[in-house]
Write a protein that binds this ligand. Structure first.
Ligand SMILES: NC(=O)c1ccc[n+]([C@@H]2O[C@H](COP(=O)([O-])OP(=O)(O)OC[C@H]3O[C@@H](n4cnc5c(N)ncnc54)[C@H](O)[C@@H]3O)[C@@H](O)[C@H]2O)c1
Length: 407
């Protein structure tokens, strides 16, 4: 039996996928509400294909609990935020989960850390927890790291089709964990050592952050000198070895906007391009704010209550709002005491998260003159004609109505 610890965006689909492929799974989370919801037969977030996968997994016998199980294989998928002051990974959740597992695990058990961690985290924070308990690593307990690459919005497909990396102290443990993931994963699975697996995962997200930052910096340069960044990127990308990404209002989510900080925190003075990229991407919500101010002035809009932000999530067609550019922008407005009555709407966010939040597109549109497209949900792409007559600031390059303002 496998005990998956942490049933969030990563742990839940992983647990369900294993169970759906005939692996006996118990999912553990210390959040009572979350466990209750799952036990009631409901999923805890929206994701294409998750509902069906959930039903299959339940049929095949997955159960959910607050208790850590006594077994010989654990997958740990708990959060790894970064410490805002030191920029280093906050490994306390991982260490806490491993500590809890140590209380109940069987001798010879394997603990697979799925959470994203910076290189050396397992050495620094996980091994001591195991050793404190008197266990000998490699004999009583085996450690492995299996970082996850799936993207919200396409998680179920990617769980099955992505290639992945398994790091382990011993080759045979790596191969054993690989066999487990092969129960559902059709992609290539590379087995390596733990530190290489840790570094590889962080490098992947850092690569993406740097590439986004380049596009965002181009947007700023082009704006300063009245050039069309989208046209320039479109033409430049015709070069066979150039592939510039699209600029946007910033980077959110729990991976790309977080993981590069681990390298900045651990390698200060060396991680220079990485730090610059983080700063550029983090500056984008304020850049959008500046664009809003300019457009308001141009149209003599003095009441911020006539401005509406479309989209609260960090990307399109998901309900995940963590670190979202819109939330970053609202925070910045609050800091500068200019939040006022700005309106906000997101079809994926049903609960009230911010003041002046709408739950209905038409009502939202009725109350605003300037709409800022922060997220390219399909809903708005399919209803662009409703924006006729509005002043539009499109940060995602999805609206082609005449007069649309861009980054
Ligand atoms: N969300 C993504 O798109 C994504 C993609 C790849 C990798 N990751 C990484 O996966 C890891 C998990 O991220 P997530 O998005 O699933 O986080 P999450 O916050 O959605 O879920 C984590 C869950 O762990 C539970 N938890 C925390 N400590 C626990 C403990 N000691 N015992 C039991 N339950 C505990 C929490 O209650 C929560 O439900 C992170 O390291 C993240 O960086 C996330």
């Amino acid at each position: 039996m496998i005990n998956v610890v942490g049933l969030g965006y990563i742990g839940l689909p992983t647990a369900l996928m294993l169970a759906a492929h005939d692996v006996k799974v118990v999912g553990t989370d210390y959040n009572q509400n979350l466990v209750d919801t799952l036990r009631e037969g409901k999923t805890t977030f929206e994701e294409e294909g998750l509902e069906e996968l959930f039903k299959t997994a339940v049929k095949k016998g997955i159960t959910f609990s607050r208790e850590y199980q006594s077994t010989d294989l654990y997958i740990i998928a708990v959060p790894t935020p970064y410490d805002k002051a030191s920029k280093k990974v906050d490994a306390s959740y991982v260490a806490g989960a491993v500590k809890a597992v140590m209380e109940v695990c069987q001798k010879g058990a394997t603990i697979v850390v799925e959470s994203t961690v910076s290189p050396g985290t397992i050495d620094r924070y996980v091994r001591p927890v195991v050793e404190e308990k008197g266990f000998v690593i490699g004999e009583d307990i085996h450690l492995a790291h299996a970082p996850e690459r799936i993207i919200p919005g396409n998680m179920v497909y990617e769980l099955k089709h992505n290639s992945r990396t398994i790091g382990a102290d011993k080759r045979e443990i790596g191969e054993k964990v690989k066999t487990l993931y092969q129960s559902f994963c059709e992609g290539e699975i590379v087995v390596t050592d733990i530190r290489t697996a840790e570094m590889t995962k962080v490098v992947e997200n850092t690569f993406r952050d740097i590439n986004i930052a380049f596009a965002n910096e181009l947007a700023k340069i082009c704006r300063s000198d009245n050039m069309d960044v989208y046209e320039i990127i479109r033409i430049a990308n015709k070069h066979p070895r150039v592939n510039i990404l699209s600029p946007g209002p910033g980077v959110g989510g729990h991976c790309i906007s977080v993981d590069p900080w681990f390298l900045v925190g651990d390698y200060p003075g060396l991680a220079n391009i990485i730090l610059s990229a983080r700063k550029i991407n983090d500056s984008m919500p304020d850049f959008v704010l500046e664009r809003i101010r300019t457009i308001m002035k141009e149209h003599q809009i003095s009441d911020v209550g006539r401005v509406g932000l479309y989209g609260l999530t960090y990307k399109e067609n998901v309900d995940d709002m963590r670190e979202s550019p819109t939330l970053q922008m609202l925070e910045s407005m609050e800091r500068h005491l200019c939040g006022g009555q700005i309106r906000v709407y997101d079809p994926y966010v049903v609960q009230d998260i911010v003041p002046h939040q709408y739950h209905q597109l038409d009502a939202f549109l009725q109350d605003i003159d300037l709409i800022v497209l922060m997220v390219g949900h399909d809903e708005i792409k399919e209803n662009m004609e409703k924006l006729q007559g509005k002043i539009i600031l499109d940060t995602r390059h999805i609206c082609f109505l005449e007069g649309t303002y861009r980054l």
